[in-house]
Design a protein around this ligand. Structure first.
Ligand code: UDX
Length: 421
């Protein structure tokens, strides 16, 4: 099938390259000329394992190309996936500006288009957005859903750093459609992939995405709540979670306590769901606690650090790990941001190392020192904020280490404290 991908960010580019790998012909569209140029030169503008190889292969076999020209892309496409950003406003509300402008452009296309277009919203949008976009499309284009176009929802569940694996190994493919044949067409696009196909209506599909992320975030905050209690009882919370995770009804995944969840999804999606709930006159107390606990969790590491160094002013503190998790250069909402802020307020001297995220962090914090691992380990105390595998090969002997993420080797330190263990 011929597919346009509207928005070549993290989700759009991965989805486009993987659909090309499935044999479809993909045109990636974006407004950012530099991004389009770098993609067509085989350099993805984001770090994701195996993406460069897959992109190059599909550029070479002409199954993938990127352009800024939406009109020409749509003229040769039966499908268009809307993968534009849905950032968060301070209130927690999802900013739908990019979605609205995407659908305004699609309305223009529909006005003159001769063959039906299947439009698929993949961006994470509040439940009810698909319905809103349906009325915008019909009003602005004068065309009819089910006749001149189809409008579906198809949320993604890709994890940064494992996105390509997740695309080819989904546990479910969620399709929100208003009629069966539209759903069938989208199902065919994914034929060959494993995973259970969930066919439902668009609003339910949108909610499945939020509930999925909100539950995973809740599991993490639960592990941190129990972890904080365990810490006071001198219990290693991982031993507790290893045991309860054996209960089929619980499962071990996403019960790693530490300094809390970061990333561009969990914080944003849970706050968006809270905002939507309040707009519907429902008080989501549990979700609010999930966020509140998560926002306080990173600073537990400063409390522990002060047990060894009560006065942090002028002290040189080393930070290992800046990314919100390993195998990514992404620092959005990373716990390291709150922790570096706190150390700056204490007047500490900060030296940091991260295998991938230092360039991104430097844009926010040019005033701290970006050094080698050896220099970080020579600091008066070392904080571990991301569990990069390579941190298991360092020598922590004789050091003060406070761990916000689990690195077994660090237990050899002279003084070792784990935030929840
Ligand atoms: C998440 C969802 O997993 C994915 O399905 C969705 O599509 C996008 O959001 P991602 O944000 O890339 O993916 O990262 P994830 O691996 O889920 O980790 C999120 C955060 O939770 C990271 O900061 C990680 O360190 C933290 N985490 C994860 C924990 O603190 N404990 C855990 O047990 C697992």
């Amino acid at each position: 099938m011929n597919v346009s991908i509207l928005g070549c960010g993290y989700v759009g580019l991965v989805t486009g390259v993987c659909l090309a790998e499935l044999g479809h012909t993909i045109i990636g569209v974006d407004v950012d000329k530099n991004k389009i140029e770098s993609i067509n030169n085989g350099h993805p503008p984001l770090y994701e394992d195996k993406l460069p190889e897959l992109l190059l292969k599909n550029l070479k076999n002409k199954k993938f190309i990127a352009t800024i020209d939406l009109k020409s892309a749509l003229s040769s496409s039966e499908f268009v996936f809307v993968c534009v950003g849905t950032p968060q406003l301070d209130s927690g509300e999802t900013n739908l500006d990019f979605i609205n402008s995407a659908f305004t452009s699609l309305s223009e296309e529909l006005k003159t288009r001769k063959i039906p277009l299947t439009i698929v919203i993949k961006s994470t949008v509040p439940p009810g957005t698909n319905d809103l976009m349906l009325s915008l499309l019909e009003k602005k284009s004068g065309k009819k859903e089910g006749v001149d176009f189809h409008l579906l929802s198809n949320p993604e569940f890709l994890r940064e750093g494992k996105a390509i694996y997740d695309f080819f190994n989904p546990d479910k493919i969620v399709i929100g459609a208003r009629n069966k044949n539209a759903s069938e067409r989208l199902k065919n696009l994914y034929s060959g992939l494993p995973g259970k196909i969930i066919e439902t209506d668009p609003k339910t599909a949108e909610m499945i995405k939020y509930a999925n992320n909100a539950f995973l975030a809740t599991k993490i905050s639960f592990s941190n709540e129990i972890g904080n209690i365990c810490k006071k009882l001198d219990i290693d919370s991982y031993n507790v979670m290893d045991a309860i995770g054996l209960d089929q009804r619980i499962g071990r995944a996403f019960l790693d306590s530490g300094i809390g969840f970061g990333g561009s999804c969990f914080p944003k999606d849970v706050k968006s769901l809270i905002y939507t709930s309040k707009k519907l006159k429902y008080e989501p107390k549990l979700l609010e606690q999930v966020v509140e606990l998560n926002e306080k969790q990173p600073l537990k590491i400063i409390e522990l650090l002060k047990k060894s160094l009560p006065n942090l002013k002028g002290r040189t503190i080393g930070v290992l790990g800046l990314a919100f998790k390993p195998d990514t250069d992404d620092i959005r909402e990373a716990p390291s941001i709150k922790i570096v802020d706190a150390l700056l307020k204490e007047g500490s001297k900060i030296v940091v190392y991260d295998p991938k995220a230092m360039d991104n962090f430097k844009k926010l914090y040019p005033q701290i020192k970006y050094v080698t691992v050896e220099e970080v380990i020579r600091s008066e105390a070392v904080l571990i904020l991301t569990e990069w595998k390579e941190f298991e090969s360092f020598n922590y002997k004789g050091k003060i280490v406070v761990a916000g993420r689990r690195i077994k080797k660090a237990r050899e330190a002279k003084i070792y404290e784990g935030v929840c263990w």
